[in-house]
Design a protein around this ligand. Structure first.
Ligand code: ATP
Length: 602
């Protein structure tokens, strides 16, 4: 008897993410050329070594052919000395050229994959938050880990094998033709079959691999989504929905893997038929030529050995298409990241640093996804060195405006510029441009390591004095000095000391001082108004904004009182803009907010 059970409520699976862009073949090639940089001479040297190495593979069959002929002719053992010495010299030379090709190729490959990986990580870190939100962080992780790994592996293994195999095939065909053109023609009988098989395979497997990699990205996104906020998922019984989402994404990825494996099996089966056809043709031609005295047994032996020697390289060549294709698909996805990634350094160099750092917000509207506008046409000018406080009720759009000004999220419409350069471009600039505008939110993260390590993330070369000065400026000198090992105390995850939220926030602010940006956007509110913590953090925030252009989302009105300018945001619109004293004196929203804020406060 089956017991009826009440089904758990099934929540809808997470919506399918819009994946990050994938580069076209032309964009990928252009990126590879850039990554090769000054490595062309090394690459050509590696190719030359491979060519010599491949030519030397002809020596074996030729020498064995000569030995077979000498035995057939019943010559004295002295006749074997020449071919044997030849064979030995070729083996030594082949080992040397093979070694040189491997070393040279490794140098190029390591440089290029290293550069691509650095670019991918820099681009990933610089991606606008909405691109990551829309694409799902799983896709991003899959690209900078799995895809990057696939490219490295193929580059350091399959690519060299592929090149060596192609050259060996060319050398063997040339060797066959040199023995007798009819051998080459017989051997080439296998080529139409191989070409047809390869064309069929490429047509079948290329889209399979591309779609398979995309499906893997979706699976990674679904997995990450399933682990996000587990407490909420459990409390609201949303687990089954997420599980179903993961199962669907996994089934899709697995279906592609099965189809790819089936295609590979059929591919190798057809190649065996091609090999049989070619070898049978060579043996028939050899028989006919030897019978009619147009070739001797030695040449026939060498021809058959040349052809048999082709099996491996042909299989390697066609087989490594697998890895090379997969790597190409992975590479296109990595390069795709950089399409949205760091911008041309020249553009940020065009803009001077302080003191001209003024922000212009023009006609800015914003909506999340397909949702309604949450900002409705904002225009603001923040002059160099000015401090603007943004106040407003919960949900009025303050944090959204802060991310748009900082450039971590592009506005749906309108522009935000710093000295004429879109702040989004500055945020994506790989080097110092990215430091011109810094956003401090309430999401602070302590990285594994010491207090000093956490600070030096902002400025790797900061001296101990500079660290101390930054800590003192945010009121953190006393407690850091009191830690068991001072700033050398390990505080990150698993560290010896647990820091309070206020202390973590102080470290984040000290990091901003070390970064020394032109513009600071502060959107942090983890302290209750009026508390000691709030006062400490207000002082620290003031120190960080000192002498810079600053936008402060004033979660506590005490943060607005010290600003040069206050913007009141209501339902995504700036309804008041002016000096705090003037707005307080006027009979508007800010005056009302201020009155209720100060009520009951000393
Ligand atoms: N990632 C997001 N996706 C969809 N809607 C969002 C997102 N972030 C904010 N919103 C919506 O945009 C509107 C403005 O939110 P925002 O966080 O900018 O307001 P806020 O004034 O900073 O609020 P708070 O003071 O509570 O932080 C709100 O309606 C909010 O629900």
């Amino acid at each position: 008897m089956t017991t009826p059970t009440s089904p758990a409520p099934v929540a809808p699976a997470a919506p399918a993410p819009v994946l990050l862009p994938v580069a076209t073949a032309r964009q990928t090639r252009a990126r590879l050329r850039v990554a090769l940089g000054g490595r062309w001479p090394v690459l050509w040297a590696a190719v030359a070594a491979l060519v010599v190495d491949s030519a030397l593979t002809l020596v074996g069959p030729l020498a064995i052919g000569r030995i077979t002929q000498a035995v057939t002719d019943r010559r004295t053992p002295d006749a074997l000395v020449g071919p044997v010495l030849f064979l030995t010299a070729a083996a030594v030379a082949g080992a040397l050229t093979g070694w040189a090709a491997t070393v040279l190729l490794a140098r190029v490959v390591l440089t290029v994959t290293g550069r691509l990986r650095e670019d991918a990580v820099a681009a990933a870190l610089a991606l606008p938050v909405d691109a990551v939100e829309a694409g799902g962080s799983g896709d991003l992780v899959a690209r900078v880990s799995g895809d990057a790994e696939r490219v490295s592996e193929a580059a350091s293994g399959a690519l060299g094998d592929f090149g060596a195999a192609a050259l060996t095939i060319l050398a063997a065909l040339a060797g066959l033709a040199a023995l007798d053109w009819r051998f080459a023609v017989a051997g080439l009988l296998a080529a139409p079959l191989q070409a047809h098989t390869l064309r069929w395979y490429l047509r079948t497997s290329r889209p399979l691999y591309a779609a398979g990699r995309t499906a893997e990205g979706r699976r990674a996104s679904a997995l990450l989504g399933a682990f996000t906020a587990p407490a909420t998922l459990r409390a609201l019984r949303l687990g089954p929905g997420r599980r179903a989402g993961v199962a669907d994404a996994s089934a899709e990825a697995m279906a592609y893997e099965f189809r790819a494996t089936r295609a590979a099996t059929r591919f190798y089966g057809r190649l065996n038929i091609a090999e049989f056809t070619g070898l049978a043709a060579i043996l028939l031609v050899a028989w006919a030529l030897v019978r009619t005295g147009r070739a001797d047994v030695g040449a026939a032996t060498a021809a058959a050995l040349f052809f048999v020697g082709l099996f491996d390289p042909v299989n390697t060549l066609l087989g490594t298409f697998d890895s090379v294709q997969q790597a190409a698909a992975a590479l296109a996805r990595i390069v795709g990241l950089t399409l949205n990634g760091p911008v041309d350094q020249a553009r940020s160099d065009a803009s001077p640093g302080r003191p001209g750092a003024g922000i212009a917000v023009r006609g800015v509207r914003h909506r999340y996804g397909d949702g309604p506008d949450v900002l409705h046409g904002i225009d603001l000018d923040i002059r160099p060195g000015q401090r603007l406080a943004v106040v407003g009720a919960t949900g009025s759009g303050k944090s959204t405006l802060a991310t748009l000004i900082a450039g971590t999220r592009p506005p749906s419409e309108g522009d935000v510029t710093l000295d004429g350069v879109p702040t989004g471009d500055l945020a994506r600039t790989v080097t110092d441009g990215g430091r011109r505008v810094v956003l401090v939110t309430q999401e602070h993260h302590l990285f594994p390591g010491t207090v000093a390590d956490n600070l030096r993330l902002a400025c790797r070369d900061a001296s101990r004095d500079e660290l101390d000065a930054a800590l003192a400026a945010v009121d953190a000198a006393d407690w850091t000095a009191a830690l068991p090992d001072g700033v050398d105390t390990i505080v990150g995850p698993g560290g010896e000391v647990r820091l309070t939220a206020r202390q973590v926030q102080q470290l984040a602010l000290a990091r901003v001082l070390l970064l020394d940006p032109d513009v600071v956007v502060l959107d942090e509110a983890t302290a209750e108004a009026g508390s000691d913590t709030a006062q400490t953090l207000d002082r620290a925030a003031l120190a960080v904004t000192e002498g810079r252009t600053a936008v402060v989302v004033a979660h506590r009105l005490s943060q607005a009182a010290t600003a040069d300018l206050v913007a009141v945001l209501e339902d995504g619109r700036v309804t008041e803009l002016g000096r705090p004293d003037d707005l307080r004196a006027a009979d508007g929203t800010y005056a009302r907010l201020w009155a209720s804020w100060t009520r009951g406060r000393p």
